[in-house]
Design a protein around this ligand. Structure first.
Ligand code: C2E
Ligand code: MG
Ligand code: MG
Length: 698
């Protein structure tokens, strides 16, 4: 290397050297002694000029640096390059410096000029920067969200990719940094990311995305990402894309599960009523005469009986199997929903006009196969109501009501069948609605009256009492029979106040009769669904002062078809009061006689259809006889209803019936006529032909 010749340093040089703010000195590479040291060096190292004069350059280095120093002096290579050293101050403190060396001639000899830059502050600042940097790195790495930065000037290569990003994507920062999307993700995914980056650049605002990505190991994750373009630190134009990603897979799964739960029935997994209601609105709105839809309401007939008699677990099992059969018959685009209880709904795409009917036929067929309830084969039937949109209604509410009316009609026509909606069903519904309103008024206006039909005890040919039968004296329509309004009253709950009135009115009337005469009243099954029936009866007896032993309650077999336990406990309660209980219309309701064991009825009233058919059908006569046998086994009184001819009367007497009732013996009559009949009977009580005479008169 060339030397700078300073053989005779000028005063100017000396003065510049002495006062130069950079610490510097000249030393002898042979002896290593300081030849000249400036003030800045003196101040930095803390030695006086005199002290320096007695020292070598090794003295300002800690011992472990001295060997390196000697080697450097010996080779004198790259002296002008800045070199890092640790130096030693007079007070023993070490510090870092950068030195520049240069061979010069000084006072005629080869010497080395060394200029020193104190790095203490610079290094401290650097350490601070480093510490801050590593703190930031650690924060970024430990953030619970994925943070990444891509350099868009370098093909979108990742320059930052924190640990959370790594665990979302399934690759570490080491594997990703320096690479661009296309080497990490699929082509499709890369294209989508590129679109997002572009948008972030174009809008210069934070943009948000949510998407499902395939991780490296093929798993699906839902990512919510905010992206923003960032300029380079010195520039204005965007260069980087900063992304913050959150893995929302779990949240979305939970949301989806909740949404599913809210919209599905947990028993069958089918869409529920909420789902159905939303869907039907949309489907009806979209239905056209070219693309009609059919709404089918399906109801399991007498499901309650199964639930009550076989238990809820069996009921649930049945519903699941019904759901399966419905689903098996439905096509992909059809909707099968469970609306609750035993009600299902189906929305069919009418690919051709006959589809709904064909479907309903198939459905009835499919449901007619026995169900397997834990090894027990159970047969059920279903009723189906069908309405078509837009033909029957272009509004979801209307269509649902139409299907409901059709279902009602299907049930009314004996169940196990389907009905398409027809306009007269709506008229019928309106009539029922009107009737309900009128029933309420009728009760308030006192338009109901009871008629009393005589009941004759055969062994004495004497009046045993009367059955109270309700009539409605309508201001315009005249006398209306109970068959016309009792079913509606039962449906709407009006039967409760009406039944209450019947009870009181009958008790009040019977109170005026001689004590040996009983009054029978009919109670509807619906009245047994209300636990306060017992209280009603007690208060009616209390108010009227009628002895409970004179009241007879007639119930039909259907009372033992559902909610049996409640019915039985009410029946027992009534019986404990001393009231007598009769089964009405015996033989028409229930196929099983086993219920007779669960409650001991006081009387069996043989339905009048058996009496009417006695002559023509020997089967009927067999039943007429069998009932006598059954009743005697249970110690119950037998009564035959609907006696219209002498021949019937004679036959029933011969079969051993205890009591009879029918037009032959007296039609239902108003209260005052009943009283007249009672008085008439008293007057002629002595005559042996009394029964016959009264019959002729009655
Ligand atoms: P039910 O309890 O079986 O009453 C007997 C029905 O048969 C009465 O009809 C009666 O008029 C009729 N009947 C009696 N003898 C003969 C006969 O010889 N030939 C024919 N063809 N019919 C005869 P009604 O009064 O029209 O009552 C019909 C049904 O309405 C009753 O059948 C009963 O189930 C119900 N009902 C009547 N009153 C009430 C009531 O106050 N409450 C409740 N819940 N139901 C009632
Ligand atoms: Mg009756
Ligand atoms: Mg009857």
């Amino acid at each position: 290397m060339d030397s700078v010749w300073l053989d005779t340093p000028s005063d100017d040089f000396r003065s510049l050297f002495k006062t130069h703010p950079s610490p510097m000195w000249v030393y002898d590479p042979q002896t290593l002694r300081f030849l000249i040291v400036n003030d800045a060096a003196r101040d930095l190292y803390g030695y006086s000029h005199a002290a320096f004069a007695a020292m070598t350059v090794l003295d300002i280095r800690p011992s472990d640096e001295r060997k390196r120093m000697l080697a450097a002096i010996q080779h004198r290579t790259d002296m002008e390059m800045a070199q890092r050293w640790t130096h030693l101050k007079a007070d023993g403190e070490t510090f870092e410096v950068l030195t520049y060396g240069r061979e010069i001639r000084f006072d005629g000899k080869v010497a080395i000029l060394a200029i020193v830059q104190d790095r203490t502050e610079v290094n401290a600042a650097q350490r601070q920067v480093d510490a801050t940097q590593s703190l930031l790195d650690s924060i970024v790495d430990n953030l619970p969200v994925g943070v990444f930065v891509k350099d868009m000037e370098k093909d979108g290569r990742y320059i930052l990719f924190n640990e959370a990003c790594g665990s979302i994507v399934g690759q570490s920062a080491g594997e990703v940094i320096g690479k661009s999307d296309k080497t990490i993700f699929s082509a499709e995914q890369t294209a989508s990311f590129r679109e997002q980056d572009k948008l972030a650049f174009e809008t210069a605002e934070t943009v948000y995305f949510e998407e499902t990505i395939h991780t490296v190991d093929g798993a699906l994750r839902v990512l919510k990402t905010a992206k923003r373009a960032l300029p380079a630190p010195t520039g204005q134009v965007p260069r980087y894309v900063l992304g913050i990603s959150q893995d929302v897979t779990e949240e979305r799964n939970v949301e989806a599960r909740l949404a599913h739960l809210a919209m599905h029935d947990s028993l069958t997994g089918l869409p529920n009523r909420a789902f159905f209601s939303e869907s039907i609105v949309r489907q009806v709105a979209a239905a056209t005469s070219e693309k009609p839809i059919a709404l089918l309401y399906i109801d399991v007939d007498h499901f309650k009986n199964i639930n009550d008699s076989k238990g809820h677990a069996a009921g649930d099992m049945l519903l699941r199997q019904v759901a399966e059969r419905l689903q098996r018959l439905a096509e992909k685009d059809d909707l099968v929903a469970r609306l609750g209880g035993d009600e299902f709904a189906l929305v069919l795409k009418m690919t051709d006009t006959g589809r709904a009917q064909r479907f309903a036929d198939l459905l009835l067929l499919s449901l007619s196969a026995p169900f397997d309830l834990d090894g027990v084969r159970e047969h059920v039937t279903c009723s189906i109501g069908i309405a078509v949109a837009p033909q029957h209604g272009d509004d979801a509410d209307v269509l649902m009501r139409d299907a409901d009316l059709a279902l009602y009609a299907a049930k009314g026509s004996g169940r196990s069948t389907y009905r398409f909606y027809q306009t007269d069903m709506r008229l019928e519904a309106e009539r029922r609605h009107q009737l309900t309103l009128e029933l309420r008024e009728a009760l308030q206006n006192g338009e109901f009256e009871l008629h009393y039909q005589p009941i004759i005890r055969l062994n004495e040919d004497a009046l045993a009492g009367f059955e109270a039968l309700i009539r409605w004296r309508h201001p315009d329509r005249g006398l209306i029979s109970p068959a016309e309004f009792i079913p509606v009253a039962e449906e709407t709950g009006m039967i409760l106040p009406i039944g209450d009135w019947v009870l009181r009115e009958a008790c009040r009337t019977a109170r005026e009769w001689p004590e040996h005469l009983k009054v029978a009243i009919n109670l509807s099954v619906y009245q047994f669904r209300h636990a306060n029936l017992l209280a009603s009866v007690v208060s009616a007896l209390d108010e009227t002062g009628l002895c409970p032993g004179r009241l007879e309650i007639e119930v039909t077999e259907s009372i033992l078809l559902s909610e049996v336990e409640q019915s039985l406990s009410l029946l027992r309660g009534l019986k404990e009061l001393g009231i007598r209980i009769a089964i009405d219309d015996f033989g028409t309701g229930y196929s099983s006689l086993s219920y007779l064991r669960s409650f001991s009825f006081d009387k069996i009233k043989l339905d009048r259809s058996f009496v009417a058919g006695m002559d023509s059908d020997p089967g009927n006569l067999a039943i007429v006889r069998a009932v006598v046998g059954i009743a005697s086994g249970f110690n119950a009184v037998t009564l035959a209803e609907g006696i219209e001819t002498e021949a019937q009367l004679a036959k029933l007497r011969a079969e051993g019936y205890h009591e009879v009732q029918g037009f032959l013996l007296g039609r239902p009559m108003p209260r005052k006529d009943a009283m007249a009949r009672i008085l008439g009977e008293r007057h002629s009580a002595s005559s042996p032909k009394s029964l016959h005479r009264r019959r002729i008169n009655g």
